[in-house]
Design a protein around this ligand. Structure first.
Ligand code: GDP
Ligand code: IMO
Ligand code: MG
Length: 433
């Protein structure tokens, strides 16, 4: 299979976007396409992401979960970028680098960290936990990775950035001021001096990796290099466009990807949307096509739906056309990767949530408030399932007719081609049309 010819049609800069509530299988397609790209970049979010790659390392089957490092890192000669839009917990980054080193994958000279990316400290994680606790029954269900508090500092203009590590005395002053403020606000004891000492070592280790990644990307772009941007989270976790307040704290749509790398929007050529053949969600918030416990449990077990970052069971439900269509609109998605189609093998019937009704009137956009979204009625289309295992199929025409019908129906309802179909977790288990 030559992904090179496929990428030639998709263009020089491609964004892989989650179309639902995250965990659609973005990491797998990034890993596959990375082979034919020069640069793989993350632009938004932080270690709340958990991107799983099932592959062979040194001849052995291995599952690798990336939280901060782009999922293209397994390809030894590729440049990996952590963009300016990200919030970086350095201890997690170093752990991930160490994990890869143990598998013989070195990142020296090919991992670039944006000097404008924000640092996420342990105290952000503590604040995340305190804030969740304080929400009582209205918890967001965050990953407790400190994402909200780190982005809050950024927006409040008291964030500390990777570039600050290069002037350590000034960095120490900023960190001390921030930690004193946090200790006062949250009535907690923080060992400020110990944290400063810890970051002295970190500054030395990281210094060679910190660069102006926007400048690097601009040069690479002008040299004709192929750039793959790896989305994190999903369209409906977007801080502006998602099911607020049950969202993450970054812009997960393609606009956010551009800002998060300092990439002009007109340089982004193609957005590939990733959509699971059904829908999942971790954490709280409305989920119109969610299945009730027993049916939802069946889907969860069939799809092994447990969070890659927190291990939490994912809520499961039917495919929701309104959800994915909204993502297509807001991110400019022109082609789709339907993932985990194999999970439905053996299901008697499969349902598709085709349309929302709010107070008996059809709506095609998702309402602004969760209160309204909780009130929508979903219209379903029921389709017969297929019995055969499809995990070894390599061509669309070899899929059972009923399985093909499901894909064709989704394409029709979404008005967007489904070019990639995942039939298993491994790299090889991808049908391309
Ligand atoms: P991401 O966050 O979007 O990268 O997705 P996650 O890694 O959190 O979750 C997707 C899960 O589905 C992972 O365990 C993948 O290994 C797995 N996966 C991806 N594509 C497929 C597929 O087509 N079939 C099956 N059975 N599993 C898949
Ligand atoms: P990937 O990149 C699924 C969810 C959390 C919670 C909400 C806010 O693997 O698809 P946060 O910690 O970001 O403040 O949590 O967002 N969430 C994700 N759900 N996949 C993710 O990432 C997620 N990142 C955050 O569960 O509901
Ligand atoms: Mg994930």
């Amino acid at each position: 299979m030559s992904y090179d010819s496929i990428l030639k049609n998709l263009g020089q800069v491609i964004y892989i976007a989650g179309t639902q509530w995250g965990d659609e299988g973005k990491g797998k397609l990034v890993d596959i396409l990375a082979e034919e790209c020069d640069i793989i970049a993350r632009a938004t979010g932080g270690a709340n992401a958990g991107h799983t790659i099932c592959t062979n390392v040194g001849g052995k089957k291995k599952k690798i979960i990336f939280h901060l490092i782009p999922s293209g890192a397994l390809h030894a000669d590729k440049i990996c970028i952590i963009g300016n839009g990200m919030v970086v917990h350095v201890p997690t980054l170093l752990e991930e680098m160490e994990m890869l080193r143990e598998d013989g994958i070195a990142l020296e000279n090919r991992l670039l960290l944006s000097d404008r990316a924000h640092l996420l400290f342990d105290y952000h994680q503590e604040i995340d936990a305190i804030q969740e606790q304080g929400r009582g029954g209205n918890k967001v269900g965050t990953t407790k990775r400190g994402i909200g508090p780190a982005y809050a500092d950024k927006i409040s203009r008291r964030g500390i950035r990777l570039a600050d590590l290069k002037n350590f005395n000034l960095f120490a002053e900023k960190l001390r001021a921030n930690m004193e403020w946090v200790a006062k606000m949250y009535h907690c004891n923080l060992d400020i001096e110990q944290e400063i000492v810890r970051y002295k070592d970190i500054a030395e280790i990281l210094s060679p990796y910190i660069v102006n990644t926007t400048e690097f990307i601009d040069l690479a772009y002008r040299q004709g290099k192929r750039i793959l941007i790896e989305g994190a989270q999903g369209a409906h976790l977007d801080i502006d466009l998602g099911t607020y307040p049950y969202v993450t704290s970054s812009n997960t749509s393609s606009g956010g990807a551009c800002i998060g790398l300092g990439l002009a929007p007109n340089r982004l050529e193609t957005v590939i949307g990733i959509a699971k053949a059904y829908t999942t969600r971790v954490g709280s918030g409305p989920f119109p096509t969610e299945l009730p416990p027993i049916e939802g449990d069946l889907l969860r077990e069939a799809g092994k739906e447990y969070g890659a970052t927190t291990g939490r069971p994912r809520r499961c439900g039917w495919f929701d056309v309104t959800v994915v269509r909204n993502a297509i609109v807001t991110s400019g998605i022109s082609t789709l990767n339907l993932t985990k189609l194999d999970v439905f093998s053996g299901f008697e019937t499969i349902k598709i949530g085709t349309r929302y009704l709010l107070e008996n009137k059809p709506i095609s956009f998702i309402p602004a408030t969760v209160e309204e979204l909780r009130k929508v009625d979903v219209e379903y289309l029921e389709m017969p399932g297929w019995k055969q295992d499809i995990s070894t199929k390599e061509k669309f025409k070899d899929l059972p007719k009923l399985c093909q019908n499901y894909v064709l129906k989704l394409e029709e309802l979404l008005g967007t081609p489904i070019q990639f179909i995942g039939v298993g977790a491994d790299r090889e288990q991808m049908i391309v049309r």
